[in-house]
Design a binder for this molecule. Structure first.
Ligand code: GUN
Ligand code: FE
Length: 454
């Protein structure tokens, strides 16, 4: 790969409310896809001098990319909670309560991934669809099938998407035709997928396996124990599950595990599944104790504002402002894919805003709504922290890998709010975040490689 140099507007996040806008930056990516230089202020006239002062070998091929005044670079979006098989069921069963939705819509759909040809077809479309929308990293739940999950990992690698991929472990409270046949079989299949991911991407350049108990309801205690042991034996692997998502789920969990008195934090901690590698989806209904527990254990929160309001039962607005105020800042966004009506992280940002405004009203003004810098943090750096990848991606710090989007705010054929001559860069950015779509995502890079499928 040649060196890549980009000059123009660059926008990234350094923290929950630290939006950085560089009007005339120069960023250099080396042949390994790593950011070697970020010159924050590089006036156009000085570019030749600046470039010659960098230590790029004279003989090395390089591509220079000069952005126009209506284009800008942002980090790739990170989807911290995504069910890949549900790509094929999006929009169905909206408004059903969670356990009914699983039984009537989700399990019959996911069961079809026993067929590798079906898995290949749907997963190709899924990975391409997310890349097209600027999702450079996704944390995927597969179906329960090891073969289909390996196919998903193969496809992410082939198409260049960074991903955490996990086979769903689930051996009870699901129909006979869609559950792991035993604890042993469930664990063995997870181990075979771990081996597959390590084989196809030995250095972990793009892929990691993620230990994936679907949720406590679908795992016998012995399976949770086995997965906890797997997590202990593989300290490099993240863990993902659904956590305090909906009332119906929480009531049944308490019934199945009365010893934890309704604390899912205690439940997952007991089985060795709650630590700084945990990605907890939803976290809608949290006791003070549980919020403190996930803070102390440094767990990540995958906020899924769209599915929280379309399936599950009722209006489930996770307390994101309260988390931030209490120092829980390891929070990202999830599309949840099939649970909601959209697979766009831009839409997830917008719905996170709506949910936070509702929370402001519900808390009588105490928990203020989120602003755009905070939403952008959740979609990028926050998501990287949740996935345990913030040393490699999430923003444009020197030394990180270049996962980025070129946004074209005046792309032909789009529906984004029109630009005015006197718009500031911040105004252009806000217009994109609130009204842009994939037509404004001109290019998508993962590790410096262009991966957008047009
Ligand atoms: N809880 C267990 N499985 C699922 C799922 O597939 N989606 C959602 N939203 N919640 C779940
Ligand atoms: Fe989910």
């Amino acid at each position: 790969m040649p060196y890549h140099l980009f000059h123009g507007i660059l926008i990234h996040s350094r923290g929950p409310s630290e939006l950085v806008i560089l009007e005339s930056a120069l960023i250099v990516i080396n042949p390994d896809g790593k950011i070697t230089n970020l010159i924050e202020h590089a006036p156009s006239n000085d570019i030749p001098d600046i470039i010659s002062s960098l230590n790029i070998p004279l003989s090395a091929p390089r591509i220079e990319y000069y952005l126009t005044r209506t284009q800008f670079l942002i980090p790739g979006f990170i989807d911290t909670h995504n069910h890949a098989p549900q790509w094929a069921q999006r929009g169905l069963g909206q408004s059903l309560h969670i356990l009914d939705w699983l039984e009537r819509v989700t399990f019959p759909n996911e069961a079809r991934f026993a067929d590798p040809a079906h898995a290949r077809r749907v997963y190709s479309s899924c990975v391409e669809g997310f890349l097209r929308q600027g999702v450079t990293t996704a944390s995927y739940y597969g179906s329960l099938h090891a073969e289909a999950t390996n196919i998903l990992a193969d496809i992410c690698l082939a198409k260049g998407q960074r991903a955490l991929v996990g086979k769903c472990n689930m051996n009870r409270n699901a129909p006979d035709y869609y559950r792991d046949s035993s604890v042993e079989a469930s664990l063995k299949e997870a181990e075979s997928c771990i081996a597959h991911v390590r084989k196809i991407d030995p250095e972990g350049k793009l892929l990691k396996y993620v230990i994936t108990p679907r949720f406590a309801i679908s795992c016998e205690p012995a399976l949770l124990e086995g997965l906890g042991a797997l997590a202990a034996a593989n300290p490099d692997l993240p863990i993902q599950t659904h956590f305090n998502e909906a009332e119906q789920e929480m009531v049944f969990t308490k019934e199945l595990f009365p010893q934890f008195k309704g604390s899912e934090a205690d439940l997952y901690e007991h089985y060795g599944l709650l630590n700084d590698r945990s990605i907890l989806a939803h976290c809608c209904h949290m006791s003070e104790y549980e919020t403190q527990r996930i803070k102390d254990l440094e767990c990540g929160v995958a906020h899924c504002p769209i599915s929280n309001m379309t399936v599950g039962g009722g209006f489930m607005a996770a307390p994101i402002r309260e988390f931030l105020q209490r120092g829980v800042t390891k929070i990202g966004l999830g599309t949840d894919s099939g649970g909601g009506f959209s697979s766009s992280i831009l839409d997830a940002m917008r719905q996170a805003l709506v949910a936070s405004n509702a929370k402001e009203v519900m808390s009588k003004g105490k928990d203020k709504g989120l602003d755009i810098p905070e939403l952008f943090y959740l979609a990028t750096l926050g998501g990287a922290r949740v996935c345990g990848l913030d040393d490699r991606i999430g923003n444009f710090e020197v030394g990180k890998e270049f996962d980025a989007l070129i946004i074209d705010a005046s792309a032909p054929g789009g529906i984004m709010t029109v630009l005015q001559d006197d718009d500031s860069t911040r105004t252009m950015f806000d217009k994109f975040i609130m009204t842009g779509d994939d037509r404004n995502i001109k290019e998508v890079y993962v590790r410096g490689q262009s991966v957008k499928v047009q």
